[in-house]
Write a protein that binds this ligand. Structure first.
Ligand code: 13P
Ligand code: SF4
Length: 332
């Protein structure tokens, strides 16, 4: 799924494109969903832009017969698992995810065999095959609640993101939690040294840090050492960043996540100066959903996402548990 080819190109996101996209969305009886890391033009044309938990819930509840998921493949796959009778389209099925690629179903089966009786918690950034081997899925916005809901005497296997896992372990104080050593190449590249430097240069700024970041530990270290006041460091999912932007009193915010996030933040709070900690933190997979790809998708009813019935059946329970845990937010 991660073989990289050139994104579909050659279409400007102008007024004619917007009219044609919205006309086709109606004609296809579709709901158009976009993740917070999508290109601004895609975020702006979607019915809903949000985080992965909010979009999963909206996909599950929609009364439309078609879901067009502007995000990466595991997100569209999750929508298909929840709504097997709907047509689920992703504008470019080559939009994969390096984090989802860091564990396979076979890897997880072998890990489970080493820890019989453990409860498996998988981040939503996983393939359907991995979800089928999972007890309960989570996203960054409800990972802490999901792990806290598991009886304390049960061992937990958490996969695949090591930084989110470390954050959850720290917050829950859970000792019997084993963490898979996967990472997202975009977030792992946002490191603590860079964050410390930016924080020192902007002492009044809030720090919004996604828990997938390699810098999450350092952000908490900076707070713990008093280098940055602890009330300034917020570890947040992408949706919770938007919620926080609406209520913070800060006039500037340093944002440690994929750069697509800045668009929703600036829309939510135009008076705040939002700056990326690392402005090279762009996910090439998310950016494969171009205006040309979306138009092609709606015109040709492509790329349709399929999950084989047996895998979907096994994965559904863990995904349903995920959407039941945690408060609404993130675009809902
Ligand atoms: P959230 O929208 O759940 O915070 O996820 C971030 C992400 O990396 C999705 O790929
Ligand atoms: Fe996957 Fe990272 Fe891209 Fe999110 S930002 S889709 S976790 S590669």
């Amino acid at each position: 799924m991660t073989a990289l080819l050139e994104p579909y190109s050659g279409v400007e996101p102008d007024a004619a494109w917007r009219d044609e996209v919205r006309r086709l969305v109606d004609q296809r009886d579709a709901v158009l969903l976009a993740h917070n890391y999508q290109l601004p033009a895609i975020q702006d044309i979607a019915d809903v832009t949000g985080d992965s938990l909010a979009l999963s819930r909206i996909a599950a509840e929609s009364d439309k017969s078609t879901i067009v998921f502007c995000g990466v493949h595991f997100m569209a796959e999750t929508a298909k698992i929840l709504s097997p009778d709907k047509t689920v389209l992703i504008p470019d099925a080559r939009a994969g995810c390096s984090l989802a690629d860091s564990i396979t179903g076979a890897d997880l089966r072998a890990w489970k065999a080493e820890h019989p009786g453990a409860v498996v918690v998988s981040y939503v950034n996983t393939t359907a095959e991995v979800k089928a081997e999972t007890d309960i899925c989570c996203t960054s916005s409800n990972a802490v609640d999901v792990v806290a809901s598991i009886p304390e005497d049960r061992e937990v296997l958490f996969c695949p993101d090591q930084f989110l896992g470390a954050h959850v372990k720290r917050i829950t104080g859970r000792r019997n939690m084993h963490i898979w050593a996967g990472e997202c190449h975009v977030h792992a590249g946002i490191n603590g040294a860079e964050l410390a430097e930016r924080a020192a240069a902007n002492p009044d700024a809030d720090l919004f840090v996604h828990p997938e970041c390699g810098c999450a530990t350092s952000a908490l270290y900076l707070a713990g050492e008093g280098i940055v006041p602890s009330d300034k460091v917020k570890i947040l999912s992408t949706g919770d960043m938007v919620t926080q932007a609406r209520s913070t009193r800060a006039t500037s915010v340093l944002v440690a996540t994929e750069v697509g996030m800045l668009h929703q933040l600036r829309k939510a709070a135009p008076e705040i100066d939002f700056q990326a900690v690392n402005d090279r933190a762009s996910c090439k997979y998310m950016k494969m959903i171009t205006p040309a790809a979306l138009l092609r998708s709606l015109r040709l009813v492509k790329d349709e996402v399929h999950v084989d019935a047996q895998t979907a059946e096994r994965a559904r329970a863990s995904v349903r548990r995920m959407i039941e845990v945690g408060k609404p937010g993130g675009g809902e």
